[in-house]
Design a protein around this ligand. Structure first.
Ligand SMILES: Nc1ncnc2c1ncn2[C@@H]1O[C@H](COP(=O)(O)OP(=O)(O)OP(=O)(O)O)[C@@H](O)[C@H]1O
Ligand SMILES: [Mg+2]
Length: 230
């Protein structure tokens, strides 16, 4: 069983501490949902995990192997992939060429098209011309072709129509059901809690809730309090 274990992780930006002693985990077959208000530190946490920003302290392990001191490329090869906030496609390249960029030697493009058949008819279209939903499918599919063990997705649903969000959530659930460990950072708390397993709420760079998605889903008042504090 693949897994990500993060313990007491601290991350700074420009000398300012942003993430303070965050601990969480993500297991094969599960979705770990990370919630929190704007500026709570969700993106900074993922950037610390993928190695975009060096960490100040703490441990990050994939299948028991510590990677907190490794460079981003090494972490990716260890199986930790990050789908960044903002759907960063290569706008001038076709959909298919975007997919080729992330392709692991032993993987086939069909894997991406099987997950998102919507992309088949958009193969030759420049990625900059795709809809927001199609671009999100593209960046998730591209990451998947890198054969991750743990896939971290930041703000997948931002700015998308509810029907598209539901489609993406279903696809991510399917990936987890096939054995991927998913870390899902979301603003759409209700939907994310409906498909997720473990839930974490962040506030001011700290993890202030760690429990089951189902428990938090049944307690909207508690969720509200966790977001706002007090
Ligand atoms: N490049 C940066 N330099 C310094 N501080 C930053 C930088 N980017 C973000 N911050 C600060 O770090 C804190 C956490 O920001 P972060 O983007 O990680 O939060 P977030 O939870 O992802 O928010 P959002 O929901 O808006 O995406 C905020 O206080 C923010 O102002
Ligand atoms: Mg963010």
């Amino acid at each position: 069983m693949s897994s990500l274990v993060v313990s007491s992780l601290s991350v700074s930006r420009g000398g300012l501490p942003i993430i303070t002693e965050a601990s969480l985990s993500a297991a094969s077959g599960e979705i770990s949902v990370i919630l929190g208000a704007n500026g709570a530190g969700k993106t900074t946490l993922l950037e610390g995990l993928s190695g975009v920003i060096p960490v100040e302290g703490g441990m990050i392990a994939i299948d028991g192997a510590e990677i907190q001191s490794a460079r981003p490329g090494v972490r990716a090869r260890a199986g930790l992939l990050h789908v960044e906030q903002g759907r960063t496609v290569f706008r001038q390249l076709s959909t298919e060429d975007n997919l080729r960029v992330g392709l692991h030697a032993d993987e086939r493009l069909e894997t991406a098209y099987a997950l998102f058949p919507e992309l088949v008819q958009r193969k030759a279209v420049r990625a900059g011309l795709l809809s927001g939903g199609e671009q999100q499918m593209l960046v998730i599919a591209r990451a998947l072709l890198g054969r991750p063990k743990v896939l971290m997705i930041d703000e997948m649903s931002a700015g998308l129509a509810p029907v598209v969000v539901t489609r993406l959530m279903t696809a991510v659930r399917k990936l987890a059901d096939k054995g991927l460990a998913v870390v899902l950072v979301e603003q759409f708390a209700a939907l994310a809690l409906a498909i997720g397993n473990r839930a974490y709420v962040m506030r001011r760079g700290r993890v202030v809730y760690d429990g089951d998605c189902s428990t938090l889903r049944r307690a909207p008042d508690e969720l509200h309090r966790l977001y706002l504090g007090g």
